[in-house]
Design a protein. Structure first.
Length: 481
């Protein structure tokens, strides 16, 4: 079977949607860091829509370390397929990625793009761990990548290091600063990234660059679309639909939402025309999404894996678990959310319906990745605010305890744990004896995961310890909370 590329694009079978613009006429206006499945299913689709009206929104995609995406997409001229997995699936060939680079071995090519006047945006899906932050949300100057970049700042390996080096070189060349749009699942994502870049620039001894970054636009955003990892079934479905081979298609639900803080000036019109919501206050959207959707996701993942389920829709088929998660979403999270135009009860119902989508095989093991980085924004911030309000934390504590149980079980089975702190987690798990209080004590001492103020709270410790024991001995009782 022939491969998808510019040369074969005209052979794509109908009714597959293909780029509605001349790809040879587009110009790179965006450098994206972290071109994984979520970027290609989400932002790259919006930029593909923008390109139908304005050729200046093509993407140069940059992987910080791994060449896999570059090696898969370069032979396809950056083209790939998005399959919307619904009762009536649809297929779309996306053309917004014009170039794929790997920073670790193409650093100067990456900076040639970052310093070109036509590039106005940097976007990122480097995941929570890519920010090199402490549990308090500040730049971790002891992080190995940050220490390495401070020693060799002109060839950075960290995302923060790349953003600051780009700012320094653009300033030197007299080019306007970039607008940096974080698309990662952390609260106050733009503000945290901006503060981290300012701190790094100061640590580099570049105060003028730090000031410039401090005045630049780093809008907060909320991004949302459930995007299961690519699998062979998807590749087969895409080959069948296109009549061409696509080495790395992506799949998602039909639901797609991008809310960006309105810091885009005149460029904002292109974003809104493509369906992006520009908002003055993104915090209400992002906190609701992180604490409701993602908090429920992580709870479903770790408790669902404990109960032997494989996907989100299967876990939601367990009425005990589905009802537990719904109670947490409807009773525990809303008191920690600010009043906003968001209809929270309706949003919760929509999220639960999305979780039940039988067409989406979203693996719990995928959601379980990087728990040491995700727990903070999805469950721990909610828990800390409930404690401040002297409200019970028993249900959010179940997700925390289920994560601990997941790490212990994986370690005991010598099974892999996908997490930047995997080595530390394994060491802690190997010290666990099965005594709930001791095991939980070992994990809560991990101050790279649990803020010390929270870990010291007796109510929190007791709730996690109780949940840990119940999940091990009587999960029904845990799910009745
Ligand atoms: C998921 C998210 O893998 C995970 O951690 O919770 O990727 C989730 O699918 C997205 O945030 C939905 O917008």
């Amino acid at each position: 079977m022939r491969r998808l590329s510019d040369a074969t694009l005209g052979e794509v079978r109908t009714p597959v949607r293909t780029p509605a613009y001349d790809r040879s006429a587009v110009q790179v206006g965006v450098v994206h860091f972290g071109p994984g499945a979520f970027h290609r299913a989400h932002q790259a689709c919006y930029f593909d829509d923008m390109l139908a009206h304005d050729p200046r929104f093509a993407i140069c995609a940059v992987s910080l370390r791994t060449p896999d995406v570059r090696d898969a997409l370069q032979p396809q001229d950056g083209l790939y397929t998005v399959m919307e997995r619904e009762a009536e699936p649809t297929f779309r060939v996306v053309g917004s990625i014009r170039e794929v680079l790997t920073a670790s071995d193409e650093s100067e090519a990456v900076f040639a793009r970052l310093v070109s006047p036509g590039v106005r945006f940097v976007t990122s899906t480097v995941t929570e761990k890519g920010y090199c932050l402490t549990t308090t949300g500040d730049l971790d100057l002891d992080h190995a990548d940050i220490r390495r970049d401070l020693a060799s700042p002109s060839r950075p390996v960290s995302f923060v290091g790349c953003v600051v080096e780009a700012a320094r070189r653009r300033r030197e060349a007299g080019i306007a600063p970039l607008t940096v749009i974080s698309c990662d699942n952390l609260s106050n994502n733009g503000a945290k990234l901006q503060a981290a870049c300012v701190a790094y620039a100061r640590a580099r001894g570049e105060p003028a660059v730090a000031d410039l970054i401090g005045e630049a636009a780093f809008p907060n955003t909320m991004v949302d679309s459930i995007t299961p990892a690519t699998d062979q079934a998807l590749r087969d479905d895409v080959a069948q639909a296109l009549g061409l081979e696509d080495a790395w298609p992506v799949q998602r639900e039909r639901f797609l939402q991008w809310v960006v803080e309105d810091r885009l000036g005149a460029e904002g019109d292109a974003f809104t025309r493509a369906g992006v919501t520009l908002a003055r206050d993104v915090a209400a959207f992002e906190k609701a999404k992180l604490r409701l959707l993602n908090g429920a996701h992580s709870t479903l993942a770790y408790v669902g894996l404990r109960l032997g389920y494989d996907t989100v829709s299967q876990a939601m088929g367990d009425e005990r678990l589905a009802a537990f998660v719904e109670r947490m979403m409807r009773q525990d999270v809303p008191p920690t959310l600010r009043a906003s135009e968001l209809d929270v009860p309706r949003y919760i119902g929509d999220v639960l319906a999305r979780f039940r989508n039988p067409a989406i095989g979203h693996k719990l093991s995928q959601i379980a990745w990087d728990g040491s980085q995700k727990l903070r924004f999805r469950l721990l911030e909610t828990t800390a605010e409930l404690l401040d309000q002297t409200r019970p934390v028993d249900r959010p504590a179940v997700g925390v305890a289920a994560w601990i149980g997941f790490v212990v079980r994986q370690t005991q089975a010598a099974a892999p744990i996908t997490d930047p702190l995997a080595a530390e987690l394994g060491e802690v798990a190997r010290r666990c004896t099965g005594a709930a209080e001791q095991d939980v004590h070992e994990f809560l001492a991990l101050n790279a995961v649990f803020p010390s103020a929270l870990a010291a709270q007796p109510t929190f410790r007791e709730a996690v310890t109780r949940a840990y024991a119940l999940l091990r001995d009587s999960p029904d009782t845990a799910l009745a909370l």
